[in-house]
Design a protein around this ligand. Structure first.
Ligand code: HEC
Length: 341
């Protein structure tokens, strides 16, 4: 009760709030008011960091993008402020729609920081307010989108969906929703309907989608490169090769088990909270859950949405290849942690 009132006051009167806190602190073990301060502090740190490492540049500037994603993927204030599992997506076109009625995709923190939030540039301008209906704070950051990067810099061809790509290209704001009880960011959204113009103006483009989420480029490299941790993990990480090989085997087994008839970006099953596993980076973020779901026979589902029992040999093969991939991910991440510059 008090928490809700206090939160509403935060935006209007910090002094009044401080006075209320001293009175209430003793009998209220709900420490929401403290977190209001923490959230304000976090928001200002994150906005400053984004402005410093992902500042406005040309929307085609790959060096600027690489600097941004490497910084955010590493030990950044942003990454430290992310919940263990987040949702990401477009602001609902119906401005009145609640978050629970908005289709969003689930992501691990390193994936959202390194592959998604880094596709935007930030001026450092932001506001923060408590939104009663959602029971969350929202931080609105003025932003712009790097729409002119080479295709392999996007986690998948966003242009498979013209409307979604249109909103990405015209985005002027990134919204970060913050849980008042944990002070962690739980949802990220982008919109073209925020205040002001995008931080950099750009020409919209319309690339063609050829139906492939991953592809091989003219030089024989697998794309999108960002999903192979290219530029995120160090080039001399000794586990890169193993990561690649073990993912390929897992991807084949997932195809045998039909996982990719549902867990792909065009979301054929219209999941409200889509889980993606169709690239090494996406699968790395979900591997623990993937293993559990298969082990416990919760996945795959059949066409009617009922658990479908896998052939025992396929289940074994899926768990074996998933286990090998999981180990490579762990080893690669541990090596990075020990070799940070
Ligand atoms: C027919 C569509 C379909 C297929 C095929 C499918 N899934 Fe799912 N999956 C879903 C839906 C729908 C959900 C959300 C389910 C829920 O309500 O929890 C989901 C959720 C998940 C989740 C997150 C929830 C959890 O249980 O942890 C994981 C992980 C997952 N699926 C893995 C897989 C794997 C691995 C395969 C292949 C072996 C697979 N799925 C095949 C539709 C599918």
């Amino acid at each position: 009760m008090f928490g809700a009132i206090a939160r509403r006051l935060v935006t209007s009167g910090a002094l009044l709030l401080a006075a209320l806190l001293t009175v209430d602190a003793a009998e209220n073990d709900d420490d929401l008011p403290d977190l209001a301060d923490q959230i304000a502090q976090m928001a200002s740190e994150v906005a400053l960091e984004l402005q410093q490492v992902c500042s406005p540049a040309s929307p085609s500037d790959e060096a600027a993008f690489d600097r941004c994603r490497r910084s955010l993927f590493g030990d950044s204030a942003l990454r430290r402020s992310l919940a263990p599992r987040l949702l990401w997506g477009r602001r609902n076109q119906d401005a009145g729609a609640a978050l629970k009625d908005t289709n969003l995709t689930q992501f691990a923190p390193d994936v959202i920081a390194g592959l998604y939030l880094s596709l935007f540039m930030y001026s450092g301008e932001y506001s923060i307010e408590y939104v009663e209906r959602e029971r969350l704070y929202v931080m609105r950051l003025r932003a712009g989108f790097r729409n002119l990067l080479a295709p392999g810099n996007f986690p998948y061809p966003f242009w498979h969906d013209e409307a979604k790509w249109g909103v990405y290209q015209a985005a002027n704001s990134v919204l970060l929703w913050v849980n008042p009880k944990t002070a962690k960011i739980v949802i990220g959204q982008f919109t073209e309907r925020g205040n002001g113009s995008p931080v950099v103006s750009t020409q919209p483009i319309r690339p063609k989608f050829d139906g492939k989420w991953m592809w091989t480029d003219k030089e024989g490299r697998i794309q999108p490169r960002v999903t192979l941790f290219d530029g995120l993990f160090r080039q001399d990480n000794p586990y890169l090769q193993k990561l690649d090989v073990t993912y390929r085997t897992l991807a084949l087994r997932m195809r045998d088990a039909q996982c990719d008839s549902c867990h792909v970006p065009n979301n054929p099953w219209k999941m409200r909270r889509l889980v993606l596993m169709h690239t090494p980076a996406h699968a790395a973020g979900e591997i623990a859950r993937l293993m559990a779901a298969v082990r416990e026979d919760r996945m795959p589902l059949d066409d009617s949405g009922i658990e479908q029992l896998l052939d025992p040999a396929l289940k074994r093969a899926l768990l074996e290849s998933g286990g090998a991939f999981e180990e490579s991910v762990k080893a690669a991440k541990e090596w990075e942690g020990a070799h940070r510059d």
